[in-house]
Write a protein that binds this ligand. Structure first.
Ligand code: MOS
Length: 737
């Protein structure tokens, strides 16, 4: 008996390639011999935060031996920049992409103003340092309180009459929470190699979506998408930063066309802070009204988040406030505020992680106000149906998440009084918060090929930025094909493969997984049909439905002795291979059911009140995310998400100098992220089960939900330890002194 591969903690099938340096990341395709004759582009960025370029002196740079060209708005080709539908979807927000080297305007500090192309990286770097740019600069608007222009058109939501209900509420609480700008800071910096062959463009790119890069660049250059190929087999982390094509991709392609050589552009760590997006600064004012029994009667959410002057970026900041608790009266306003910054973007748990900080801290404050246990308060507001849409839940096991989590951390022994627990000089506290993230599914297709040797290759133009797509898809395919894992090879990251949705929003397993399963089911059935129709097969004449495949061998279900292997079948039929295409198209399930992943997050902290130090003692997340395809990968995802949440709570903060818009901590020494000492005991429990309403393979997505709720659980634990309510993230030492 072979066990199903799905559900087992299989180690990464691509792990060996990664640790032995054989995995080719975007900037390495020349070193791996995939593309030859590569020259190097180094970007020069603006040193004012707003204004105009009055002159560019490139003479010293151009005089360096090995410099091929210096491109700026003075000599760059004019590009059509056609509209396109992609990520972000312009239908949601608005505005337009940053048009590189198309005019003299400076829209933010760190904007690309020129690129130097040279034979070697060293020459390009040196020459870039010699480019002299003169500006007519002014003080940029970089603070939500003093924007660069009027707020964009607000997003509004209303049910019932929240103001009237607030007036009658037994308890009313108004609080403002603020979250600072954060950057993704993946280990691998963004990079692109661009090569033109006539009017065909190949891009080796770091991206979470080869098809989005293809569509974006096709629109930028006004050429058909079919003439562009994007290749991205390995991604060294992204957390959302790879969901769109940033200006350096266009710069690489533009430069390659001009010098008629393949051009590589690698963002420096510093350039990552303005050359890609970030989680936007958000101010969230929440007013809650509740009865004496703790039941919420009203909630008013007033949300403001930064965007750039040229694009109206918005994220999913309002959904949680509509669906998480039974609340008859809700009003929401979400305004994006234009600033002289580069456009923000999706960062892990986009919107939801921010909203949860406000909502889950406010619920904790309300519980204190009412003298009620914070978990009890949440359970009293647990809805029977989605309060926003009125739809039944496909699955919602939040009560069970609380039960399992409380038992594990000993919640019932907690004295609710702040400052009631101590360990020497350390004040101890335990906090809790809810996590939710909506399940996203999107159309996906795949191709599977069974070769004469009995091995199968499955392809889909999806991505693996770290969660283990290669591995989980191999498991799904192996089970559908009746093959052991080593006989299945999953390939991704090439725009010539069957289409996939963005590798983000926790939708890959649901969408691509379902497509892979469908495709491999089709291939297996094709082989079975070939066998039962082949007079030479031991299975000839059997009904296809009576044939199963196990360990690469087709056999009768009730007579396993009668059968043959895929290999024998193909050899006798003289077929070099069998091929199947399949896919997944989501139905109207999410219009009929409210489908979300859930979690209860518990945090235990110790605070040295003399030093203001917060130490995490433990974070536990208990998740209802549907079926778990690979428990090892799922646990890694959760730990990664929770570590990100610890960073959000205590450390991460992109600091901008208001005088010129410069990011002052644009490096990994000054931008603080958790290290091992900051994450001593971080654990995830998945309830398992499945949600067949969500998608055919029963998953609800887990990559985002695992960061949501961590920061408020920690902030609530800090309050429990110290009696100090810190409403601005990150919770720094200064804030606690
Ligand atoms: Mo994630 S922000 O969906 O890459």
């Amino acid at each position: 008996m072979t066990r199903p591969a799905a559900g087992t903690p299989l180690s990464r099938v691509d792990g060996r390639l990664k640790v032995t340096g054989q995995a080719a990341y975007a900037a390495e395709h020349d070193a791996h011999g995939t593309v030859r004759g590569v020259v190097h582009g180094v970007i020069v960025t603006s040193t004012v935060g707003r204004g105009r370029i009055t002159g560019i002196d490139t003479r010293a740079a151009a005089a360096q031996r090995g410099v091929l060209t210096v491109i700026s708005h003075l000599n760059a080709q004019k590009l059509p920049y056609l509209p396109f539908r992609g990520v972000p979807d312009p239908a949601r927000g608005g505005g337009e992409r940053l048009r590189v080297f198309q005019d003299d305007r400076v829209r933010f500090f760190g904007q690309p103003v020129a690129v130097v192309v040279a034979e070697t990286l060293e020459v390009a770097q040196h020459a870039a340092s010699l480019v002299k740019v003169a500006y007519d600069g002014e003080r940029p608007a970089t603070d939500l309180a003093s924007p660069a222009g009027p707020p964009n058109k607000p997003e509004n939501y209303q049910r019932g009459d929240a103001e009237a209900a607030l007036r009658q509420a037994h308890t009313r609480l108004e609080r403002t929470y603020r979250l600072q700008r954060e950057h993704h800071n993946p280990m691998e910096t963004h990079a692109t190699i661009a090569r033109w062959d006539g009017d065909r463009l190949t891009l080796w790119d770091k991206t979470q979506n080869v098809l989005n890069t293809r569509a974006d660049l096709a629109a930028v250059f006004g050429i058909p998408a079919e003439s562009i190929r994007v290749v991205s087999p390995f991604v060294g982390g992204a957390f959302g930063s790879g969901l769109r094509a940033w200006p350096h991709v266009t710069i690489a392609a533009l430069a390659a066309r001009q010098v008629r050589r393949p051009v590589k552009v690698v963002l420096t760590r510093k350039q990552m802070y303005t050359g890609t997006g970030h989680r936007p600064v958000t101010g969230y004012t929440l007013t809650l009204g509740a009865g004496q029994d703790g039941r919420l009667t009203a909630a008013v959410h007033d949300i403001r988040a930064e965007t750039s002057t040229y694009e109206d970026y918005r994220e999913s900041l309002t959904m949680q406030g509509q669906m998480v608790y039974a609340t008859p009266n809700v009003r929401q306003t979400y305004r994006s505020i234009p600033l002289d910054i580069n456009t923000p973007t999706y960062m892990r748990g986009p919107g939801a992680a921010t909203a949860a900080f406000a909502i889950e801290c406010a619920m904790d404050e309300l519980a204190c106000e009412l003298g009620m246990d914070p978990i009890e308060l949440r359970l009293r507001n647990e809805p029977d149906r989605d309060p926003g849409t009125g739809l039944p839940f496909s699955t919602r096991r939040l009560r069970e998440c609380f039960r399992v989590g409380s038992r594990t951390v000993g919640w019932d022994d907690r004295d609710p009084e702040p400052r009631s627990a101590r360990d020497g000089d350390w004040l101890l506290g335990t906090g809790v918060a809810v996590a939710t993230y909506h399940t996203v599914r999107a159309p996906a297709q795949a191709l599977a090929r069974l070769d004469a040797d009995g091995d199968v290759t499955v392809q889909c133009a999806t991505s693996d930025m770290g969660p283990g797509t290669y591995t989980s898809m191999t498991q799904v395919a192996a089970d559908a094909l009746g093959l052991p894992v080593p006989r299945v090879r999953f390939q991704l990251g090439d725009s010539t493969m069957p289409p996939a949705p963005p590798h983000g929003g926790s939708m890959t397993m649901a969408s691509v997984g379902s497509a892979v399963q469908d495709t491999c089911d089709k291939l297996r059935l094709q082989a079975i049909r070939l066998a039962v129709e082949d007079p030479g097969s031991p299975l000839h004449g059997a009904s296809a439905g009576d044939v199963a495949v196990r360990n690469g061998r087709l056999h009768l279900r009730d007579n396993p002795g009668r059968g043959e292997t895929y290999r024998q079948l193909l050899a006798r039929a003289n077929r070099p291979h069998l091929e199947a295409r399949g896919g997944y198209t989501p139905g109207d399930e999410v219009e009929r059911f409210s489908t979300h992943a859930y979690g209860a997050v518990f945090a235990q902290v110790a605070v040295d009140e003399r030093l203001g130090l917060v130490r995490i003692r433990r974070v536990l997340g208990v998740y209802d995310a549907g079926r778990i395809i690979n428990p090892k990968l799922a646990e890694s995802q959760a730990i990664g998400g929770m570590v990100g949440g610890i960073g959000m709570a205590l450390l991460e903060h992109t600091v901008t100098d208001p005088r010129d818009g410069r990011i002052v901590n644009a490096n990994l020494a000054d931008y603080l992220v958790p290290v091992n000492a900051d994450v001593p005991d971080v654990n995830a429990v998945y309830l398992g089960g499945d949600d067949r309403t969500a998608d055919p393979i029963g998953v609800k997505g887990l990559a985002e939900v695992v960061i949501v709720g961590v920061a408020p659980a920690i902030a609530n634990a800090v309050y429990h330890a110290t009696g100090r309510r810190i409403r601005n993230l990150p919770i720094t030492i200064e804030a606690l002194l």
